[in-house]
Design a protein. Sequence first.
Length: 137
Amino acid sequence: MQKLTTFLLFVGKQHGKAEEAINFYVSLFRNSTIHKVERYGPNEGEKEGTVKHAEFVFNGQEFMVMESGLDHKVTFTPAMSIFVTCESEQEIDELFGRLSENGKVHMSLSQYQFREKFAWVDDRFGVSWQLNLPNNH
């Protein structure tokens, strides 16, 4: 059976921050758990103790993570983002506050023609999030 999973690669200035990011994300969403964290050991070509492979779930959505100290020409981009449909104004306000802290706001938390309340941010790790409170929530 074919399966799609969001995969996050922490490279460049984000190398060494994958586990911190996983713990942060899991703290934000209900029903979220870390399933597995495998770390690089000695003589594996990466900094010992960094995340070789990790799997976690945000409220039923699976994610995979790894980090690499190699010179990759890629980074996170807002062109690909995690879209979160919030259930309440309190939830969107809290997520915006925590995700935008030390991050970058592309669209401030506000009412827009297309949504009752919406924001688009890159968190402090560079991962892009669209936060949505639907009309008539």
